[in-house]
Design a protein around this ligand. Sequence first.
Ligand code: HOZ
Length: 434
Amino acid sequence: MTETATKTRSKSEALYERARAVIPGGVNSPARAMKAVESDPLFIARADGAYLFDVDGGEYIDYVGSWGPMILGHRHPRVLAAIESELRNGTSYGAPCRLEVEMAELVGKLVPSMEMVRMVNSGTEATMSALRLARAYTGKKRLIKFDGCYHGHGDSFLVKAGSGLATLGISSSPGVPEEFSSLTVSIPYNDVDALNEAFEKHDDIAAVIFEPVVGNAGVILPEQKFLKALRELTEANKALLICDEVMTGFRVALGGAQQMYDIKPDLTCLGKIIGAGLPVGAYGGKKEIMERVAPSGDVYQAGTLSGNPLAMAAGLAQLQALREKPPYEKLTKITDKLAEKISEAASSARGPKVTINHVCGMISVFLTDEKVVDFDSAAKSDTTLFGKLWRALLEEGVYWPPSQFEAAFPSTMHSDKEIDATAKAFEAAFKSLS
Ligand code: HOZ
């Protein structure tokens, strides 16, 4: 246990009680409610580098990292300085500003498939807008997605969805009209035959949306033949390929997973990462397609806070830091080492069988000995045991994502010290399970 980790949670408990009276479930996003791990949320007072500090004075090595944006750790000096300096000019104008142009130019340089970019305020907004555009551009209606992938909470995506839904053991939501979900076909990830069949069965497919590395069912890596089929079949059937890089963009490589795996999507969705933790999203792609977006085109999509100067300043600062000194070799080594040490901890503690999937900056420890290649194999994990493991890790000072169906996000601030402490915590937690 880290020296300052504490089991006293009275202040968090008191805040949670107040929160439940005025916020549904006491949280503003179900993923942080800790229900699946039979715990209550910690209320966070501050964060620094690789650490979170709760309101009771507890200190935790953080692997949530605001669900992805904290590639360089919390409170990166450049990001803080950019926000502080921009803040003096104002907070929102409802009119264009220079930083939006710089952001679109930089995103286009780093992710060349994004010839034109529209800023929005979240990943959910990005995917909903990209889907509307794909439908308008192709003149078709149907969407293909993959089981366990999550593309935000837009109606069309809540079919066999991962992330918070998989965590709660549901796959859709009341309130989504059947007419909407009937236009979404969800098939297993990495399954080329299912993809072929879906295209054979439906001649009205507007788009295929996919996570190039799944994070929302835990980490699942794409097979090359699957990625090849995605591009070939969408092209052959005049459907658009939408790459959801909300979690992978600028994290697994400077040019995202599309650079890493040489994917050429028509549209790309980005999220929280381009705001370095401030609320942002973006979608972009081929000029010919993006020019259909209003006001240059007829596809309507808008947002008062889109391109907000503070969010642009923060995001640009992080992207510039990543570009000037790419941390990807280092982050890959950190993630590899973490995977190796957790695997060793499981063996030396004679703990449960684990399957560890990982890529630069993303990792999942599945409590199953089977290979995890899609949602069905991820779902073979022992989720009750995962809850116990999670609670034991928290007692040891490690804040791991509170779901078997989410990715953990190490940052460049996770040095040997934090990795060794995490490995020790896993060993103790695994031992406590047997
Ligand atoms: N699956 C989300 C990350 N992409 C978790 C965050 C949330 O929904 O609050």
